[in-house]
Design a protein around this ligand. Structure first.
Ligand code: FES
Ligand code: FE2
Length: 371
């Protein structure tokens, strides 16, 4: 232990807990992640979630503000979610310590008497910045643990392009490390095999495609283009508006895929995030908004089929991955996956060294594949 660390620890005996993310788990800290749906927290109930292997207790104060605390009492580790929440303070079920839910700071230790000198306010149960957007509770997973980060960027929001729109959300859990979830999400070559169905495409419709990509900050973009003509929904859309259909797809670290489809006055906007729950489990949260004459129930029925197809494939893949096989990334179909790994590594290195690495794409690139 360095001199500096020892002094810092000794001056705060067993009070402030340091929690720094473990880099070997392949998680990216200091980003917002969706923890749950907003409608899962109502009244004074306490909900639980796990993000990046951190157990969280999530609730809403009587003023309506969402909060996320580490779900572990700093006294003896019992989950705070077993405790009682009065709309402001969360009381541990074991010895009744009370914590301010919005800061994690301890405000009361019932056993203390006037003989005790313990500075209650120096104890913190661990609290993470928490915001609501698009019907999700987002938690900023700060590597600084109990210490609040100095700057927190705005929580992500799904782009919408008109006042009135429909919106819907779906999710599914995958028994996979986040990296497999993400490269599965951006992989163009599995479509004709995993997602063949009458309403989307058949295996026979496979043909060569060329797609233009460009670098964007912390990610890459499949440049605006006319989507595949072998998919029925795009054909319907074009017939309906009589105008060309265009689509743009972005991937942005740590885990987001945005898609924007436009045709005349109509738009469709979606975002899929792959959130690390534990090292062997991630969750896809999919939110879509649109102003097309498309009923939510119809869209959900189709989207569920898609998600289920991906989920079944990932469950099967996880069987194989248990044996730790050597894997391959091939050009061009796996090039987006290579960019993802390079962007992620660059960011980890940059945060460690303070030196910015160049974007893995030196400029626009065209990729070719059959799908
Ligand atoms: S374990 Fe929570 S107050 Fe003792
Ligand atoms: Fe898929």
């Amino acid at each position: 232990m360095s001199e500096a660390t020892r002094t810092a620890t000794e001056s705060l005996p067993e009070i402030v807990r340091e929690e720094v993310g473990q880099p070997e788990l392949g998680f990216l800290w200091d980003f917002w992640y969706p923890a749950m749906r907003s409608d899962e927290i109502y009244g004074r109930n306490l909900a639980t979630a796990t993000l990046l292997e951190v157990p969280l207790v999530i609730g809403r104060t009587s003023e309506g503000k969402v909060f996320a605390m580490r779900d572990s009492c700093p006294h003896r580790g019992i989950p705070l979610s077993y405790g009682h929440f009065d709309g402001k303070n969360l009381q541990c079920s074991y010895h009744g310590w009370e914590f301010d839910a919005c800061s994690g700071r301890c405000v009361l230790i019932p056993s203390l008497t006037s003989h005790d000198k313990l500075k209650v306010e120096r104890i913190n149960a661990g609290h993470f910045p928490c915001e609501e957007r698009d019907g999700y509770v987002w938690v900023y997973m700060s590597a600084a643990g109990t210490k609040l980060p100095e700057t927190v960027p705005a929580a992500p929001e799904l782009p919408k392009f008109s006042e009135k729109f429909k919106i819907t959300r779906l999710d599914c859990e995958l028994p996979s490390h986040i990296d497999h979830g993400i490269i599965g999400l951006m992989d163009p070559a599995h479509g004709p095999f995993v997602h063949q169905s009458w309403f989307w495409r058949s295996k026979k419709s496979i043909h060569e495609k060329a797609k233009q990509f460009e670098p964007i900050p912390n990610g890459f973009r499949m440049s605006k283009h006319s989507p595949s003509t072998n998919s029925l929904p795009y054909q319907w859309l074009k017939k309906m508006t009589g105008e060309p259909v265009t689509t743009t797809i972005d991937f942005v670290l740590p885990n987001m895929r945005f898609e924007e489809i436009r045709s005349g006055k109509y738009w469709f906007s979606s975002r899929a995030t792959v959130t690390p729950v534990r090292r062997d489990c991630c969750r896809i949260d999919f939110v879509a908004a649109w102003n097309l004459p498309l009923p939510i129930s119809v869209f959900r029925a189709f989207a569920k089929v898609f998600l289920r197809q991906d989920q079944e494939t990932m469950i099967q893949q996880s069987e194989g991955l248990k044996h730790n096989p050597r894997l391959m990334l091939i050009d061009d179909a796996d090039r987006p996956a290579k960019w993802y790994f390079a962007l992620k590594q660059n960011l980890i290195d940059e945060r460690r060294t303070g030196i910015a690495a160049p974007h893995p794409m030196s400029g626009p690139a065209t990729l070719h594949w059959n799908s």
